[in-house]
Design a protein. Sequence first.
Length: 222
Amino acid sequence: MLYLSVSPEHRYSKRINKRVNKFLEDIHFRPHIANALLDKITKILIQMYGMMLDQIGDYCTLVGVADDMGAQTSGLLSPKTYRNFIKPRHKQIYDFIHKKTAGKIYLHSCGDVEMYIKDYIEEGVNVLNPVQPECPNMGLESLKKKYGDKMAFCGGVSSQRVLPRGTPADVEAEVIRVIKAGAAGGGLIVAPGHIIQPEVQPWNVCALYDSVIKHGRYPIAV
């Protein structure tokens, strides 16, 4: 959290897992330690964004922030724990960014994070990435109906099923599905539900880009 995230393919993932587990223990049993750590991380991140935005803030369209809060089927923390420990720090960081630039805040937060989206909006997040269609509560059409007037979405194309296992025709159909689900009124960036993995064939990558160019121009006609 505050980018204490774990990637299973990371060469140090076992070591990081131990540290994350220790941090989660601190949240529940030693909250003074967790708060001290989070305050330190927040201070460092604000300093980093300040250094960057002092130089390029006038030229930014999007400012990327990242904090993986979701697993495949749910969030990593209960909403109560998130609001007690993480949300105040997110708000502090995002308020700082908004003061430094007119650019929008683009949050990368993997997995099923629907339970946090209202909080993200209150914190000042403008774009959420990714929308992973395999996650049970991250259907793009549902997200668009609930939050589409307050937040834009990036993602929606299946990176677990269609991109690695489908044909170019399947990819085009998936892109059309995503556009139909989320393009009305704007606020959609069509993209994979996560980064394109090594097993995705190059012709499916081409099909993804070609299909977005073909079907993703306004006025939408799919």
